[in-house]
Design a protein around this ligand. Structure first.
Ligand code: THG
Length: 268
């Protein structure tokens, strides 16, 4: 049986080490490693099994240096995989150069220029790579086009010696307030992705995108994560300190027979 099907443990990727959050952006500006490291340890304590590392938007020429600093600060306190999150090739290279933990490149798109830049880095640094199903025309609004782009990325990656087991496909979750029809399309796309190769490629989402601009964000996030896990999701970028969402993840893991703690859990 494939290691990605039965008993696969969902990867919980912390979304909080991101300069988009004001406090984190300030810590990056001030090179306050104590702040970053205590946040990292809290996220791991709450259940993170990997960490997204993102310096945030608008750093311009400082991007690479900030990323180097941030990766170093985080890996001083953990050996967990780091998901280096930037659209910039220079900032990505800088992060990978200093990363000693297992690395995940977040991300490439299906744009030829992006793939030509990022797949060689995945090969050079022996990293996993997240592939977003979008191109120069944007995010497709149906599952078939997402699957088509996923296939293009899987085949193009192989030209750079990046094998399908290093690929993590992301169907791109959109805010439900902006695109209500996309919630079900993403689930359909996830199912289609898993049929593109044997063993099935892994999948990931940025969960909190779904609740952007909504009032009860946690309720939307945790309901959606359970639905996505039922469709075979392998990883989610989320805030594990949101206890209700983490409880939903753990409960879905029990229901999907993804871990061995079922008896303890059921008695708890
Ligand atoms: N796919 C992949 N990577 C991703 C995303 C994705 N990385 C970034 C993002 N999406 C996932 N991370 C976040 C982080 C924060 C929020 C959403 C997704 C978020 N923040 C609040 C907001 O914007 O309203 C609060 C920000 C603040 O406090 O200022 O929602 O989809 N591969």
């Amino acid at each position: 049986m494939s290691r990605y099907q039965a008993l696969k443990d969902m990867m919980v990727i912390s979304e909080r080490i991101n300069g988009l959050f004001r406090s984190v952006g300030k810590a990056i500006d001030d090179k306050d490693s104590a702040f970053i490291q205590s946040l990292t340890l809290r996220q791991i304590e709450a259940g993170a099994t990997a960490l997204d590392v993102n310096v945030g938007p608008g750093r311009g020429a400082d991007g690479p240096e900030d990323m180097r600093w941030l990766v170093r600060a985080v890996q001083e306190v953990t050996d967990l995989p780091l998901c280096i999150d930037t659209p910039g090739l220079k900032t990505m290279s800088a992060g990978l150069e200093v990363c000693e933990n297992p690395a995940i490149i977040n991300s490439t798109t299906a744009e030829m220029e992006k793939m030509q830049g990022f797949f060689p880095l995945a090969s050079e640094y022996d990293a996993d790579i997240i592939c977003l199903t979008m191109d120069e025309r944007g995010i497709p609004n149906d599952a078939d086009s997402r699957a088509e782009m996923a296939m293009l990325m899987l085949t193009t990656a192989m030209e750079y010696e990046v094998m399908p087991d290093r690929i993590i496909l992301d169907p791109l979750v959109l805010p439900v307030v902006a695109a209500q029809d996309q919630g079900a399309k993403v689930i359909e796309a996830l199912r289609m992705f898993q049929m593109l190769n044997d063993p099935a490629p892994r999948t990931v989402v940025g969960l909190s995108n779904v609740s952007n601009g909504c009032r009860d964000r946690s309720l939307l996030n945790r309901t959606y994560v359970a639905m996505l896990m039922g469709a075979g999701l392998s990883a989610a970028i989320l805030d594990p300190e949101d206890k209700e969402t983490m409880d939903a993840v753990k409960t879905a893991q029990v229901l999907l027979d993804q871990n061995l703690y079922c008896e303890d859990y059921l008695r708890a």
